[in-house]
Design a protein around this ligand. Structure first.
Ligand SMILES: [Zn+2]
Length: 198
């Protein structure tokens, strides 16, 4: 079940969560976070989610007692994901990509995932920040969206990490595969977020 934020947050006008971005975040993750924040706010506007997010440069760490500081901390590493106030993304997500080793020979090689995958992961976590939990994930297939459970990486070639995406659905017939980014929300998830902030 979606967990509502406390009234002192929900009653703000405008309804906006502030995010403290860990200064230790790597450059690629900082870029992914910045894009995810823009993506979230676009989705919020398009679906009238009723909440936006901001990451002001002068934000400070959330206070443990919830009094002062930012509402949310975005960081790499691991931690207790039960709290919406903390987002931890994996330091170096990897994908298996095809590396050309000879004229017509390719090997599967692990490498760091590209921007598209990090952007998606960061944006997915921002949906959790809205209060949605694991039981509300969408599933791989026609209903999948940003809030998919265990998305499957769909890597570009070894030397083209910018082509990395997640695959959300492989339809039968001649319809194209659904990959993301571009990032989108289906109505069901948008409704859950809106209801949680109403
Ligand atoms: Zn999730």
């Amino acid at each position: 079940m979606a967990m509502p934020w406390e009234d002192s947050v929900k009653n703000r006008n405008p309804k906006q969560l502030t995010i403290f971005v860990a200064p230790t975040l790597s450059k690629p993750w900082r870029r992914a976070f910045d894009d995810a924040l823009k993506t979230f706010n676009h989705l919020s506007q398009a679906h009238r989610l009723g909440v936006t997010m901001t990451a002001p440069a002068n934000a400070t760490k959330p206070e443990p007692d919830g009094d002062g500081g930012a509402d949310v901390q975005f960081d790499t590493g691991s931690g207790d994901l039960a709290y919406t106030a903390f987002v931890f993304v994996p330091e170096t997500p990897t994908v298996t990509a095809q590396m050309r080793v000879a004229r017509d020979k390719f090997n599967d090689v692990q490498r760091e995932a590209g921007h598209g995958i990090k952007h998606f992961i960061a944006a997915h976590e921002l949906i959790h920040v809205c209060g949605l939990d694991n039981s509300e994930h969408t599933t791989y297939g026609p209903d999948a969206d940003l809030f998919i459970r265990q998305p499957q990486p769909f890597s570009g070639p070894f030397n083209k990490p910018d082509e990395d995406r997640f695959v959300l659905h492989i339809p039968t017939g001649s319809k194209p595969n659904v990959v993301s980014p571009p990032i989108f929300l289906k109505t069901a998830i948008a409704d859950l977020i809106r209801d949680n902030w109403a």
